[in-house]
Ligand binder design. Structure first.
Ligand code: FPP
Length: 243
């Protein structure tokens, strides 16, 4: 393969699935003497920029970590504001996403969310469910360990009912019980804000992800930063355990 063909305008070499841990909103706001919420608000604008950039580049799957199973320990006002922001964002942009044939998908357990937010999410999922150009997964009340346990419980139920034999549980079977069923594995996992950890993000899907870390805080994560990540990704030699 000629190296010059590996540029980011060539979808063949781009990741099919990118995951982003959107971190650093609080620090971005604190650095400016603003309330933390302003960091989340500015961060939600980057969500829009990055979805648009991935769409332009024809990256078919984007997974964004918006709220973890551990984020409930934050002050109640911050949790409330985050959900308000999320609802506002979905309601403002869902029609535009739909017109562009983008499917919104939620990974995580939304059952504990307030009914109005849950309904708004469910309507958006229903509206966009047949869209084929791109899938945007929002991880919401999501934890990688929880997801694996959830899938295991569902499989155990099927075995108990006699619908599945233990020897039929293959990698493919297992994956079909995850929130990301029928989606490709995560090729690239990006974490801004200088933290070097995966924080219970998509543990199963990241088995062979390339990791890209940056000190940039999420509200400063422009499409140019994503281009840098993609350039670095394409210069990596992915061997998937081979030589
Ligand atoms: C982590 O930064 C960020 C979050 C917990 C929330 C992410 C949410 C958004 C970007 C906005 C809404 C999302 C969508 C999809 C519209 P942090 O608060 O932990 O930052 P810190 O580590 O600097 O305190």
């Amino acid at each position: 393969m000629r190296e010059e063909s590996k540029n980011i305008l060539n979808p063949e070499y781009l990741p099919k699935h990118i995951g982003i841990i959107m971190d650093g909103n609080g620090r971005w706001a604190t650095n400016r003497n603003l309330p933390r919420f302003m960091g989340h608000k500015e961060g939600s604008l980057r969500v829009l920029d990055i979805v648009k950039k991935c769409y332009e580049l024809k990256i078919p799957y984007l997974t964004l970590f918006a709220f973890s199973t551990e984020n409930w320990t934050r002050p109640e006002s911050e949790v409330k504001n985050l959900f308000l922001l999320l609802r506002g964002f979905i309601e403002k942009y869902i029609d535009e996403m739909n017109e562009n044939e983008i499917r919104l998908n939620v990974i995580g357990d939304i059952s504990p969310l307030k009914e109005d937010l849950r309904k708004s999410i469910e309507n958006s999922l229903e509206l966009t469910k047949n869209n084929k150009k791109m899938v945007v997964n929002i991880a919401l009340n999501y934890g990688g360990q929880d997801e694996i346990i959830m899938a295991t419980k569902k499989i155990a139920e099927e075995v108990k009912k006699g619908n599945l034999l233990p020897e039929e549980i293959s990698k493919e079977t297992f994956e079909s019980y995850l929130y990301t069923a029928h989606q490709p594995p995560m090729d690239l996992m990006v974490r801004p804000s200088g933290e070097l950890r995966v924080s219970n993000f998509t543990l199963y899907q990241m088995a062979y992800s390339e990791f890209w870390f940056s000190d940039v805080l999420w509200p400063d994560f422009t499409p140019e930063v994503l281009e840098k990540a993609l350039g670095d990704y394409m210069s990596r030699n992915r061997r998937f355990g081979g030589i």
